[in-house]
Ligand binder design. Structure first.
Ligand SMILES: NC(=O)c1ccc[n+]([C@@H]2O[C@H](COP(=O)([O-])OP(=O)(O)OC[C@H]3O[C@@H](n4cnc5c(N)ncnc54)[C@H](O)[C@@H]3O)[C@@H](O)[C@H]2O)c1
Length: 299
């Protein structure tokens, strides 16, 4: 079976590719290396460098590889970029997804679309479920939700394609952490806290998140691509351990012996983000790694 992984040189994609290769699939990675790294791509996978907005590239590689499943991960990611580079975020995330849908349709492939809990914006009613509404503040205040809105539009396009016969599944990974996570200023909160000194907590630190160990989540991602009869389903893939950003900072500061300080709040940081995981029985999956254990392994 041939599996195409866009964004397969990035954090999550490279771990997914490792597992797919281990399970003996033929894997092709399609990535422009804007954030991913070639050295992270499993040597047993093929690699094409290119932009997911480029439909000629899609045509060429689909024609040669004939994918049975497409995992579409390529996207502009990194919280600080959402406000700073809102135009690029929308362009890559929406137009890349339009191409993924078009070529999945054309080559009769199953599509797994990588959305995000950010697609619900600042929804305060928890847990975030497949029936939660997306809540976005007025756009003139800030453009942080360029990312969440682009993922919401991606979901909308996937459901439209499903209505027109495409086998498409949606996943919403929740704050995944593990080896290879980006640690620069555009990185994710765990990797920033693992590298900065002092550790900065933005705002009062009482905002909560669900942190999910990468090896737990990869198991779910593979199943979502494999199991028959899941078209049109969305999966909230996360740990149900609700942790405040302050607790996370304190855990990491204990492990690294560095101080915690408070900084400016980030634009549009939602107060809580906890997934409704009740639909995950369809893939027989729960996240099992406790945050403290995952952080210990990572360090
Ligand atoms: N990591 C998480 O916690 C998390 C949570 C929710 C959703 N997601 C989604 O999962 C996917 C992967 O996330 P990640 O954390 O691995 O991010 P990442 O930035 O590490 O990976 C994204 C990959 O896409 C590539 N890319 C970016 N723009 C491209 C373009 N125009 N053409 C081709 N390739 C391009 C990058 O080079 C990178 O390798 C993304 O769609 C993200 O929105 C991740």
């Amino acid at each position: 079976m041939n599996i195409l992984v866009t964004g397969g040189a990035g954090f999550l994609g490279s771990h997914l590719v490792d597992e797919l290769v281990l399970q003996c699939y033929n894997v092709l990675v399609f990535d422009d290396l804007s954030r991913g790294e070639k050295s992270q791509v499993n040597p047993k996978a093929d690699f094409v460098e290119g932009d997911v907005r480029d439909s000629e590239k899609w045509e060429k590689l689909c024609n040669a590889f004939n994918p049975d499943v497409i995992h579409h991960l390529a996207a502009v990611n990194g919280t600080k970029r959402f406000h700073k580079e809102a135009d690029l975020v929308v362009d890559v995330n929406v137009n890349g997804t339009r191409n993924a849908i078009e070529f999945a349709q054309k080559y009769n492939a199953r599509l797994v679309f990588y959305s995000s809990p950010e697609s619900f914006g600042e929804q305060e009613k928890m847990p975030l479920s497949n029936h939660s509404e997306s809540v976005f503040p007025p756009a003139h205040l800030h453009q942080r939700h360029s990312y969440g809105a682009s993922k919401h539009v991606g979901e909308l396009l996937c459901h439209f394609a499903h209505r027109n016969g495409l086998d498409v599944r949606i996943v919403r990974p929740c704050n995944v952490y593990g080896p290879r996570l980006h640690g620069n200023e555009n990185g994710q909160v765990v990797s920033i806290m693992l590298q900065s000194n002092p550790i900065i907590v933005h705002g009062d630190g009482l905002q909560t998140r669900s942190f999910t160990w990468v090896h737990d989540i990869v198991e779910a991602l593979v199943k979502v691509g494999q199991i028959e009869g899941l078209s049109g389903h969305s999966f909230n893939l996360g740990s149900t351990e609700e942790v405040t950003i302050l607790q996370l900072a304190q855990m990491i500061s204990r492990l690294r012996l560095v101080n915690v300080e408070y900084g400016e709040p980030n634009f549009g940081d939602s107060a809580r983000r906890i997934p409704d995981v009740s639909g995950n029985h369809l893939i027989d999956w729960v996240a099992t790694t406790k945050l403290e254990d995952g952080l210990n392994q990572l360090l």
